[in-house]
Ligand binder design. Structure first.
Ligand SMILES: NC(=O)c1ccc[n+]([C@@H]2O[C@H](COP(=O)([O-])OP(=O)(O)OC[C@H]3O[C@@H](n4cnc5c(N)ncnc54)[C@H](O)[C@@H]3O)[C@@H](O)[C@H]2O)c1
Length: 433
C-alpha cells in the first residue's frame, strides 16, 4: 500500500516503515562517524533504556550501542503493524535498531510492553540475567499519557494544564501555518495528582528498586531521567503547570534513589533541549516557541537534534573522566545552548513582534513540520514515498541482514514482544514532555 501521513489535532496516527528505518539508520550513522573520538573515553558497559523507541530514548540507546559498543536492553510500548494498518513509529525504529545491532554483533534485546507494569520489570530483569548483564547505566526516558498503578490497578491520565489560573498563549499550527491563541483552563487538584502519578518519579523509583533487589545493577551504576525547563513564557503551561509538578517530583526522586542501591548508585536528571518528538508536539504554545527557537539556533549554527544532544550527554557530561558538572539544583544541563542569554533574548524579541505576515521569516515553522513528520517516518531523505510498501514489511537493513532471533548471538527478540501492544490511534503515543 501507499502510506501517507494521517495527522489529526497534532497527532499523527500512522507511520512509514522505511522512513522510520532510514531515520534510525541516519542516527546510527551519526554516532558511528563520531565514535572515532570516543576512543579515549570509557563509556557505559551495559545499558537499560526505558522508552527506547523514539525521541531521546532511541538516541540514548543508539549512542550507547554504536558509540561504545555497549550491550543494550530497551523497553518501549509499541503497536505492531498488520496487513492493513501501520504500527507505531517506535515499532519500526526498534526493528531497524535491532537489525543494525545484529549486523554488528552488538548484544541488544528489545522488550515491547508496559514499562509501568510489574511484568515488564520482571522481563527486563530476567533478560539481564539471561544475558549476564549488570546495568551500569539505566536511562528513564518515558513519556506517556497514561499509567496503570501496578498495585491498585487504577489508571491515571496525565494532562497538560496550568495550575491556579487559566493560560492563554500564542501558538502556531505547523500544517496550516496559522497563528492562534491557545486557551487552557486550570487543572483540578486530582488532575495535577494524576499527572504526577504518570510522569513523576514513582515509576523510576520502582524500576531502580526492582533492579537493585534483583542484583542486576552494577556497583557504582548511574541512572539518568530526562526533563525540561524552557523559557519563562512557557512556565505557566509547563514548569508551573501539571507537567512541571510531575517533573519536580521526578527531579526530587533523583535524590532518593542512591539509598536504594547498596552497591552504590549515582542518580541524575538531565535537562535537555526542546525538540520535536511525538510527545512534545502536543503542548500548547510550544510549536511556536520551538519554531522561533529553531530559526534562531539554526541561523547561529548551534541547532541540535536528539542524537546530537545525547552524543554530548555521553561525551561531554557522563563519560569525560572528570567530575560531572551540575547546576545549582544538582541537574545535568544539556540545554545551555537553547537557554543562552542571546538566544533567549532573540526568541523573546521575535515572540513580541510575530504576526501572520512575518511568521515565516521569523520562525522555522517548516522545520517544525518536517521534524514532526520525520518522527513518524515521513519526509525522510532517500525514501521513495511513491512506492508501495507493506506495513509489516521488513525495514531495508533487516531485509538485507535477516531478522534477529534470540540465541543467535544475543540479538533482539521481536517474537516475545507483541502481547500488550497499544493502539496508536487511541492515544497520543507519548503525550507529554
Ligand atoms: N522532546 C523534548 O522537547 C524534551 C525535552 C527535554 C526533555 N524531554 C524528556 O525526554 C523524555 C522522553 O521524551 P521524548 O520527547 O523523547 O518522547 P517520545 O514520545 O519520543 O518517547 C517516549 C518513549 O516512551 C515510551 N513509552 C511511553 N509509554 C510507555 C509505556 N507505558 N511503557 C513503555 N514505554 C512507554 C514510548 O514507547 C517511547 O519510546 C521525557 O521525560 C521528556 O519529558 C523531552
Amino acid at each position: 500500500m501507499l502510506i501517507k501521513p494521517m495527522v489529526r489535532n497534532s497527532i499523527c496516527i500512522n507511520a512509514h516503515p522505511l522512513g522510520c528505518a532510514a531515520d534510525t539508520e541516519r542516527q546510527i550513522e551519526y554516532v558511528r562517524e563520531r565514535s572515532a573520538s570516543y576512543g579515549r573515553l570509557s563509556g557505559p558497559k551495559a545499558v537499560l533504556v526505558l522508552g527506547c523507541s523514539t525521541g531521546y530514548g532511541l538516541a540514548t540507546r543508539i549512542g550507547a550501542a554504536f558509540g561504545f559498543r555497549a550491550p543494550t536492553v530497551g523497553v518501549s510500548y509499541e503497536k505492531e503493524p498488520s496487513e492493513t494498518s501501520t504500527g507505531t513509529p517506535g515499532w519500526y525504529n526498534n526493528r531497524a535498531f535491532d537489525a543494525a545491532a545484529t549486523a554488528e554483533a552488538l548484544p541488544a534485546l528489545t522488550l515491547n510492553g508496559d514499562a509501568f507494569s510489574k511484568e515488564t520489570k520482571a522481563r527486563a530483569i530476567e533478560t539481564a540475567r539471561e544475558l549476564g548483564l549488570k546495568f551500569d547505566l539505566v536511562v528513564y526516558s518515558l513519556a506517556s499519557p497514561v499509567r496503570t498503578d501496578p498495585e491498585s490497578g487504577e489508571m491515571y491520565r496525565s494532562v497538560i494544564k496550568p495550575i491556579g489560573g487559566p493560560y492563554r498563549g500564542l501558538t502556531v499550527d505547523p500544517f496550516t501555518k496559522e497563528l492562534s491563541y491557545a486557551e487552557v483552563q486550570p487543572a483540578t487538584q486530582a488532575e495535577t495528582a494524576a499527572t504526577v502519578k504518570v510522569m513523576g518519579g514513582e515509576d523510576w523509583e520502582l524500576w531502580i528498586r526492582a533492579l537493585a533487589e534483583a542484583g542486576v545493577l552494577a556497583a557504582g551504576a548511574t541512572t539518568v531521567a530526562y526533563s525540561y525547563v524552557g523559557p519563562k513564557l512557557s512556565w505557566p503551561i509547563y514548569r508551573e503547570g501539571t507537567i512541571g509538578a510531575a517533573k519536580a517530583h521526578l527531579e526530587a526522586t533523583a535524590a532518593r534513589l542512591p539509598a536504594l542501591a547498596p552497591v552504590g548508585l549515582h542518580a541524575y536528571v538531565s535537562i535537555n533541549k526542546a525538540l520535536v518528538t511525538r510527545a512534545s508536539a502536543v503542548i500548547p504554545v510550544i510549536p511556536l516557541y520551538m519554531s522561533l527557537l529553531f530559526r534562531v539556533m539554526k541561523d547561529r549554527g548551534i541547532h541540535e537534534d536528539c542524537i546530537a544532544q545525547i552524543d554530548r550527554l555521553y561525551r561531554e557530561r557522563l563519560y569525560t573522566g572528570a567530575p560531572l558538572q551540575l547546576d545549582e539544583a544538582g541537574r545535568i544541563r544539556l540545554d545551555e545552548l537553547e537557554m543562552g542569554q542571546a538566544v533567549q533574548a532573540e526568541v523573546d524579541a521575535r515572540i513580541q513582534r510575530v504576526t501572520a505576515e512575518n511568521l515565516m521569516e521569523l520562525a522555522d515553522v517548516e522545520g517544525f513540520r518536517l521534524d514532526f513528520l520525520r518522527a513518524h517516518g515521513f519526509e525522510v531523505e532517500g525514501v521513495d514515498y511513491g512506492a508501495e510498501v507493506s506495513p509489516i514489511g521488513l525495514p531495508l537493513r533487516q531485509a538485507r541482514h535477516g531478522a534477529g532471533k534470540r540465541g543467535s548471538g544475543l540479538v533482539a527478540a521481536p517474537e516475545k514482544s507483541s502481547s500488550r501492544a497499544m493502539d496508536a490511534s487511541a492515544s497520543p503515543p507519548s503525550g507529554l514532555v
